[in-house]
Design a protein around this ligand. Structure first.
Ligand SMILES: Nc1ncnc2c1ncn2[C@@H]1O[C@H](COP(=O)(O)OP(=O)(O)OP(=O)(O)O)[C@@H](O)[C@H]1O
Ligand SMILES: [Mg+2]
Length: 439
């Protein structure tokens, strides 16, 4: 058999070298998914006899399948051991066989022909329905068989995303790949991506970065402003340090400290499975070491215990209790404190002086996942946390910690001692300070 040099980009190497039941690659346009899948399958098919099914939701004719791509790659490498038929491809040496099918056409009888499949490649997996997956998954039943999935995400609830990738088990590999990960990405494509980034950031997110379309215009925070903050660097800020502390409520949540100085969100410190006393110890350590002007503690759950300990330790000057569910400071504008603080993030991100955020995928999805709505009094509210959790598969803890840093404005010098003592309203005080202070 002719020896050929096939270069598979590093990010796709697990296709060849690792065994997983599901290999799920997703991302935006031109990430190199189709080429890498095709090349890898052709290579594997030359090493031993494999039965490979190339599947998509609808295949009216073989032209719609990856048949043409496979033929092109065979021609490109000159793999004359592969013989191309009208609707299948076979390797004359190893007896490997590629077939091409639309899942929509399969019924419980026809699908049986896929029972001996070694590798099933589902291309354009964003169009696969739940029903198709439920028929396919148990059919690919041979020991050691693998399902390879390539997807450009369409919506947040793409069935295969939800069923396979959103909460992957240990037998599932999930890899995000975009055009900048593709060493073969043509220059022209890169230029198109750059142009789109400048002219239409939301389209760029979807088309080129593979983010799902946000449903409706109901997201509180736009992806583009978050990316902009990721790309911004601020050398020095003189604003006082504020720390938001979101204390884990349940076993799977994390305790998170967010450090912010004015326009600059510096970092997050995350801890898992700490007791109340351990969280209080960590908070005390940060206060002593970094001397924040304020630390806002979420006291909705076990955080109340942390707050009590910190107060007992004489830190009442620094530590403030915040309850996400309580009445907002600007009660006529926000349904509760949570909506008010999250809108604080939003206003901060949309400021003419762009703030900076540490680049972080988890923070990105936290911030961009929350829908807004309005109550009957026209006040801003956020969707229920359980809804967000269902979509994210976890709580938006990092964003909550950041939101806490916006609980109240914090000034370098303590401006009005009787603040919140009833002698001056929060709003008056806020207005009087707004001129020269950015939060
Ligand atoms: N191994 C390779 N050799 C040469 N060119 C390649 C290779 N892999 C990718 N490319 C180039 O990168 C482009 C994008 O690759 P590909 O079509 O595989 O990406 P994709 O992630 O499937 O994108 P789409 O979302 O558009 O389907 C191809 O059109 C091709 O020009
Ligand atoms: Mg493709």
């Amino acid at each position: 058999m002719k020896q050929v040099n096939v270069a598979i980009p590093k990010i796709f190497e697990p296709l060849l070298r690792e065994s997983y039941r599901n290999k799920f690659y997703y991302g935006g346009r031109a990430g190199g998914k189709s080429y890498a899948f095709a090349d890898s399958l052709l290579l594997l098919g030359r090493q031993k006899k494999l039965f490979i099914a190339c599947l998509r939701e609808i295949q009216n004719s073989i032209k719609e399948s990856v048949y043409k791509l496979l033929c092109d790659r065979i021609a490109f490498y000159g793999l004359d051991d592969y013989k191309i038929f009208e609707n299948k491809i076979e390797n004359r040496v190893t007896q490997t066989k590629f077939i091409f099918k639309g899942l929509r056409d399969q019924d419980s009888q026809k699908i049986k022909s896929l029972e001996g499949v070694d590798i099933a490649w589902i291309e354009e997996a964003q169009t696969i329905t739940r029903k198709s997956w439920e028929i396919l998954e148990p059919t690919i039943r041979k020991d050691g068989s693998e399902i390879w999935i390539s997807m450009n995400r369409e919506e947040e609830n793409d069935p295969l995303w939800v069923l396979v990738a959103a909460h992957p088990d240990e037998r599932t590999l999930v890899v995000k790949v975009n055009y900048y990960d593709n060493p073969f990405c043509p220059q022209e494509i890169k230029l198109q991506a750059q142009k789109c980034k400048q002219c239409n950031p939301d389209d760029y997110e979807h088309i080129w970065l593979g983010e799902p379309l946000r449903q409706g215009n109901t997201k509180l925070i736009a992806a583009a402003v978050v990316r902009k903050a990721f790309d911004t660097q601020i050398a020095e800020v003189n604003s006082p340090l504020v720390i938001g502390l979101d204390v884990a409520r349940f076993g799977d949540d994390k305790t998170i400290f967010c450090f912010r100085r004015g326009r600059c969100c510096q970092r997050f410190e995350c801890f898992a499975k700490l007791s109340v006393v351990e969280v209080a110890n960590q908070a005390t350590f940060f206060i002593n070491k970094f001397r924040p002007k304020r630390m806002f503690v979420d006291v909705g759950g076990v955080g109340a215990g942390v707050y009590d300990i910190l107060k007992d330790r004489g830190l009442r000057q620094v530590v403030r209790a915040v309850n996400f569910g309580e009445k907002a400071c600007l009660d006529d504008r926000y349904a509760n404190r949570r909506a008010e603080m999250w809108d604080g993030i939003n206003l901060w991100l949309n400021d003419v002086l762009t703030p900076c955020l540490p680049q972080d995928d988890e923070l990105f999805s936290d911030l961009c996942s929350v829908n807004k709505k309005f109550d009957r009094r026209g006040r801003l509210m956020l969707e229920e946390k359980d809804e967000v959790k269902k979509r994210l598969g976890r709580s938006p803890d990092k964003a909550d910690a950041l939101a806490l840093t916006f609980a109240e404005p914090v000034y370098a010098a303590e401006p009005i001692a009787f603040y919140r003592q009833g002698q001056i309203s929060w709003e008056d005080m806020f207005q009087s300070q707004l001129g020269d202070t950015k939060w």
